[in-house]
Design a protein around this ligand. Structure first.
Ligand SMILES: [Zn+2]
Length: 462
């Protein structure tokens, strides 16, 4: 198990050469740290030792419990409380910090409804089933399952199953003479970002998209489902954004510019990163009702999922009615930015960030990472109190509105574009700091050796 303590040490150590602290003594060492001279390695290790002595399982538990106490979608009072908690923690550590607010265009779901009309009539619940062992699984405060930035709309049509909804999948349908124009495509999560699935469906002329989690990719085929195991249970629905972030991320109405309250805004109709057809996520419990009634050809090789029947592509006879009502508005996005001025190279910025908004409680995503971020702040605070300062400027960032489409970080980046281009030397992200039992890291290839060295250094507490 990678704990927040080990992760955050690892995260910080991974950037060790950039996170060098002011160093007066220069004792020699046998095996220098990558990026350090023999002389400076011992001193750096001593400073890292002070830093690493601060985080504890108890403080990680404390922070994590606070952060996950309520669902905290961007713009809601519960999310403001999370932002203020992070701000307060930075400031208590002696790190100057502020909440930096932007005004972005994003929706909350008012109502979502999907009905099977044929061959049987059935209204899907579109709610997760609760579990006695998990009181929060019954909460009414959890946001409706929806795709952020799906437009409102009402669509009725025959269903076609299009596998993962990749361009090749539509090509395979076309080869079989199946036209998805005006149809509702049912695709499974995986192998591409959900916004891409909606975009490709749009390009192929579909009227609407339903995206479900197949148990083969994300459910019982992978292992025991919650609460017996960690895998997705039958009624669970993956929320998420379908903004076309590959065209541009952030606020749809202020592309390339910071979304200040007085910013010039384009109209939603002009925003080319917004999908035009409705889309809705489904559980595999609900999707199976649609899928099992599909006829037409048996699916091509590799399209069969783990539901207990042979999949067919359709079209129909399954026919569905989708009705989505979204409440779009320009709303606040709260970033928390802390900053420790560098002693030697204040014009070089090392940025450590994670988002602080969540679709629901966010125990893993993002709050395991936010917990690590808070513990990093504690470690840095101790060093500051001991009169030590980093050689370069450190910026700690809690991003708002990430789940919607990287809203907070994009707007901040657009706001500080010129300064970032000149000063930013490294960015480290800690989203999903803890998950499962395997260690994983991503980086540019140049850091591979450093990551290996650090994994040998950092002990996993058992
Ligand atoms: Zn996340």
């Amino acid at each position: 198990m990678i704990t927040p303590k080990s992760f955050l040490s690892l995260g910080l150590l991974a950037l060790a050469p950039l996170l060098a602290w002011q160093d007066d003594s220069q004792p020699p060492t046998q095996q220098p740290l990558i990026g350090f001279s023999r002389q400076s390695s011992l001193r750096q290790l001593e400073i890292e030792g002070i830093f690493a002595s601060v985080p504890s399982p108890e403080s990680a538990r404390f922070h994590h419990r606070y952060l996950t106490e309520e669902p905290h979608v961007e713009g809601q009072p519960a999310q403001r409380r999370v932002a203020e908690y992070v701000l307060d923690h930075f400031q208590k550590q002696g790190i100057p910090a502020e909440i930096v607010e932007y005004q972005a265009y994003y929706p909350y779901p008012r109502s979502v409804a999907v009905q099977l009309l044929e061959p049987d009539k059935k209204e899907f619940a579109l709610r997760e089933v609760g579990y006695a062992v998990d009181k929060d699984s019954f909460s009414e405060d959890v946001i409706l399952p929806f795709h952020a930035y799906s437009p409102s709309g009402e669509v009725e049509g025959q269903v076609v199953y299009a596998n993962y909804g990749l361009p090749d999948d539509y090509a395979a349908l076309q080869e079989r003479g199946i036209d998805v124009r005006g149809k509702v495509v049912l695709v499974r999560y995986g192998r591409s970002f959900r916004g891409v699935k909606v975009r490709v469906a749009e390009e192929n002329g579909a009227a609407a998209v339903l995206i479900y989690s197949d148990p083969m990719d994300d459910g019982y085929f992978q292992g025991d489902v919650y609460p017996e195991g960690p895998m997705r249970p039958a009624s669970a629905i993956q929320r998420g954004s379908v903004e076309f972030i590959f065209i541009y991320p952030g606020d749809p109405l202020t592309p390339g510019l910071p979304a200040h309250s007085d910013a010039q805004r384009i109209s939603p109709e002009q925003a080319v990163n917004l999908p035009r057809i409705p889309s809705q996520p489904l559980s595999y419990q609900d999707a199976s009702q649609i899928l099992k009634s599909l006829r037409g050809p048996v699916v091509p090789k590799g399209w069969q999922g783990a539901l207990p029947f042979t999949y067919h592509v359709g079209p129909g006879p399954s026919r569905v009615h989708i009705r989505l009502q979204m409440d779009f508005a320009v709303r606040p996005v709260w970033n928390v930015i802390g900053r420790i001025e560098g002693a030697d190279y204040p014009e070089e910025w090392v940025i450590l960030g994670n988002h602080i908004d969540a679709w629901t409680y966010g125990a893993v995503d993002p709050n395991s990472g936010t917990t690590a971020l808070l513990q990093v702040a504690s470690g840095l605070g101790k060093l500051i109190r001991e009169g030590k300062r980093p050689r370069r400027t450190l910026i700690l960032a809690g991003w708002g509105g990430e789940e919607y489409g990287l809203l907070g970080s994009t707007e901040w980046g657009e706001d500080l574009r010129d300064e970032l281009v000149r000063k930013a030397v490294a960015y480290l992200n800690v989203d999903v700091g803890v998950s499962g039992s395997d260690f994983a890291a991503q980086s540019v290839p140049a850091l591979e050796g450093l990551i290996r060295q650090v994994t040998r250094t950092v002990r996993v507490p058992c």
